[in-house]
Design a protein around this ligand. Structure first.
Ligand SMILES: Cc1cc2nc3c(=O)[nH]c(=O)nc-3n(C[C@H](O)[C@H](O)[C@H](O)COP(=O)(O)OP(=O)(O)OC[C@H]3O[C@@H](n4cnc5c(N)ncnc54)[C@H](O)[C@@H]3O)c2cc1C
Length: 537
């Protein structure tokens, strides 16, 4: 099957923009193949939640975000294309494979599955109920909520050891509950936890139960060797946290490739699965070491094999997918703004050039320093394009500072950001502009938006360091841009501690609907739609 829309045809589609996918994109784009990287959540993958990477050869110390941002820039500079969408299925229809995404279909000769893995839930009583109210899976995202509080860490591997040390920055004390008798990670990483004065390590322990009201007040675990029970009760109405680092489960988007009993994808030495033209790389594969260095190695090997595969299909079909010219950012624009990196400017220019109608931004500012930061940020943004105008309003509202995205006639589109939309929220803010200006991100025609008939005010509480937040923010804003009865106000919780108290928030992202219902954790547009349908009156 040859698709009608050749502009949506690629030599290779890479699913997942972690180190494995980004490396493959660098190699493929540099070899002059048309490559699209589809990422559902955050470009950079899991490693972006790590503040310090010290074991990547050749770079003494870097952050996960910095390392993968450079990888993405490298890939982009060679002409790789990127799409923020969730891949839902792949249909293997020789010579062209169809990739079904939350933003429509894309087509390719070859596919690379580089979807990594996600934290494993372990199933103790209260785990699901208290997720977001004390049970967490990401220290970088949620550690700060436990400042001055007791924290329990469940697990005995690399992440448990490393993240426990990180959590001591905030927690009054960290107790590690591990099933084995010792850590299973490298001795140096284990030693840092074992020798830390704020960390207690309890071997042979299994967590059985947590409970509380809106936050945690009780924990019970037992020693699997002796049967001895450990109970922890918080004092004076205080609470505590439980961070689970109990390994990962592979993110597999296609079930027809061969997998081992845990779901990891089986490949040959060139990273090919049992299906010709479908390759896999990185943490999603069966392998003995899941690290950046092995993920990038897999990505390079897969790209090398995919080049040959795509070339063979090109000569079989006579179709050569055409690479678009990479977007160039002029030097003048770069000099005009020192707030935005070259990569951000390129992203902005793409959006500005596609906006169907101009937008008017209303910034509500108070006396706080964060207000002047927002003012500078919005001024710099609006200076980049004629499609955006800025109006400043001084206010004492408790939800200031904010920027409301309005139509050119001043009517609110239903989208607003409270705080400064930087960090991991930059991309979702830019997508918000695009969705508000139209035509906006493609919507799956199977989503029945008509079912949202009530007035729905969403508050999305985020932290700028949270990698799981942008997916929910983007989904909420997409719905708000489409439906006049739906609004999406995004708050950087760091500047709105009163909301943390009001809704008992111990994890981000947190979604509050009509000040009544709350839910935690990432959601794509379909999951959000279903949740809203279930919770509207
Ligand atoms: C807390 C922590 C600390 C770590 N520290 C280190 C370290 O110091 N050094 C080191 O070398 N390694 C470290 N690692 C391991 C390292 O992060 C991983 O080995 C590496 O990120 C794997 O890369 P990957 O590209 O295979 O997958 P990932 O990084 O997991 O990327 C996969 C990407 O695919 C996307 N995706 C998944 N499903 C879909 C879909 N259906 N549609 C679209 N996109 C999808 C995901 O959103 C994700 O962005 C750490 C891991 C963690 C969790």
């Amino acid at each position: 099957m040859i698709p009608e829309r050749l502009d949506h045809l690629y030599d290779v589609i890479v699913v997942g923009a972690g180190p494995a996918g980004l490396t493959a994109a660098i190699y493929l784009a540099r070899a002059r193949y048309r490559v699209l990287v589809i990422e559902k959540e955050h470009f950079g993958g899991q490693i972006t939640i790590t503040t310090e990477v010290v074991n990547y050869p050749g770079i003494a110390s870097t952050s996960g975000t910095e390392l993968t941002a450079t990888m993405r820039q490298q890939a982009e500079s060679f002409g790789a294309e990127f799409l923020l969408a969730e891949v839902e299925d792949v249909i293997d229809d020789h010579p062209v494979k169809t990739v079904k995404t939350s933003r429509g279909e894309r087509y390719a000769f070859g596919i690379l599955l580089a979807t990594g893995a996600h934290p494993r839930r372990i199933g103790f009583q209260g785990e699901q109920e208290f997720q977001g109210h004390g049970v967490a899976y990401c220290a970088t995202c949620d550690g700060e909520f436990f400042t001055g509080k007791e924290v329990f860490v469940v697990g005995g591997g690399y992440a448990a050891a490393e993240e426990s040390v990180f959590l001591t920055k905030y927690a009054s004390h960290v107790t590690i509950l591990m099933r084995k008798d010792k850590f299973t990670c490298a001795a140096a990483v284990a030693e840092a936890a074992l020798s830390h004065e704020k960390i207690t390590v309890l071997p042979h322990m299994q967590l059985d139960e947590v409970s509380g009201d809106t936050t945690l007040h009780y924990l019970r675990a037992h020693n699997i060797e002796t049967g001895e029970v450990l109970e922890h009760r918080s004092k004076d109405g205080d609470t505590f946290g439980v961070f689970v680092f109990a390994g990962y489960e592979p993110e597999v988007v296609v079930d027809f490739v061969e997998q081992d009993e845990q779901g990891y994808i089986i490949t040959d030495q060139n990273q090919q699965t049992n299906i010709p033209g479908i390759y896999a790389a990185g943490d999603v594969c069966v392998k003995p070491l899941r690290q950046v260095v092995t993920a990038v190695g897999d990505g390079a090997l897969a790209a090398n094999a995919l080049e040959r595969y795509a070339a063979a299909i090109q000569s079989e079909t006579g179709i050569y997918p055409k690479k678009p010219e990479p977007q160039k950012v002029s030097k003048t624009q770069e000099q005009e703004s020192d707030l935005f990196s070259t990569e951000m400017l390129a992203q902005l220019q793409t959006v500005f050039s596609r906006m169907e109608q101009p937008l008017h931004l209303i910034a509500g500012l108070d006396e706080r320093p964060v207000s002047s930061e927002l003012h500078q940020y919005m001024k710099a943004l609006c200076a980049l394009t004629d499609n955006l105008t800025l109006e400043i309003q001084n206010t004492t509202d408790e939800d200031a500072p904010y920027v409301k995205i309005c139509k050119s006639d001043g009517n609110w589109t239903g989208l607003a950001f409270h705080g400064v939309p930087g960090g991991h929220e930059f991309t979702s803010f830019v997508l918000g502009l695009y969705n508000a200006a139209g035509p906006g991100q493609e919507l799956d025609p199977q989503l029945d938006l008509e079912t949202l008939h009530e007035t729905l005010h969403m508050k999305i509480l985020v932290s700028l360091s949270c990698t799981m937040c942008p997916e929910l923010v983007t989904a909420a804003q997409r719905l708000a841009a489409e439906l006049p009865n739906v609004t999406a106000d995004v708050y950087d919780l760091n500047h709105f501690p009163q909301l943390r108290e009001r809704y008992s928030v111990m994890s981000v992202p947190c979604l509050v609907l009509n000040d009544t219902h709350t839910t935690f954790g990432k959601k794509n547009i379909r999951q959000l739609l279903e949740w809203l349908q279930a919770h509207q009156n």
